[in-house]
Design a protein around this ligand. Sequence first.
Ligand code: PEP
Length: 248
Amino acid sequence: MRKTLIAGNWKLNGSISSITELVRGVSSGLQSLNCEMAVCAPYPYLQMVSEQLESSRLKVAAQDVSEHDSGAFTGEVSAEMLLDFGCSYALVGHSERRSYHSESDEQIAEKFNRLKLAGIVPILCVGETLAERDEGITQAVVSQQVLAVIEKFGISALSDSVIAYEPVWAIGTGRTATPEQAQEVHSDIRTLLASFDENIAAKTQILYGGSMNPGNASSLLAMPDIDGGLIGGASLKADDFLAIGQAA
Ligand code: PEP
């Protein structure tokens, strides 16, 4: 039985005071929730959020990681550093990193592996653009993004990892995939994993991301292969984030 995971991605938002308030708000409503919850904070706030969440069920996560472990890589943050700051999860391959920072599948696979080596659960983000969906190549694009990790590090790399299906056209646009559209891709991903290892396929949490909000969360999370959500905009308001947790 897969547990539901609801992860908030704060992106480039927040300040010491607004994040303190947000964490307080989310923490105060956690007791009634059944699912796992995590927040992906900007790097400079990781330590503060970790301290605020000490012994809380709300887990701390990062939005990215370096593919290097140390050395002359100005501005980079390694997986071991994230571990030092109490991160349980980290995103890799978010579409904003893929497009604004030209991250390749190969680089994302390396980042994924660094997290695994450090004992941090990677959340591998995959998803097609609108042009790719219109071209009918969604399955091919998403499969290739997942295969990039499997081909480099083997299917065992996917055990104890999370995949987030995020159609690029639904991120921050207010446009959501229908539950059926999302389920179809989630099921394709699980079938792909099962072609390598049925046990890993059955255990892997596959999250949906793309304008999930309190109004559409229940219908998306009701689908058999949707095991949670990666939430951008709606994770910046404690009430909305908790309402999504409630729906789970
Ligand atoms: C995201 O950035 O991962 C995301 C899903 O954003 P939003 O919920 O705002 O579409």
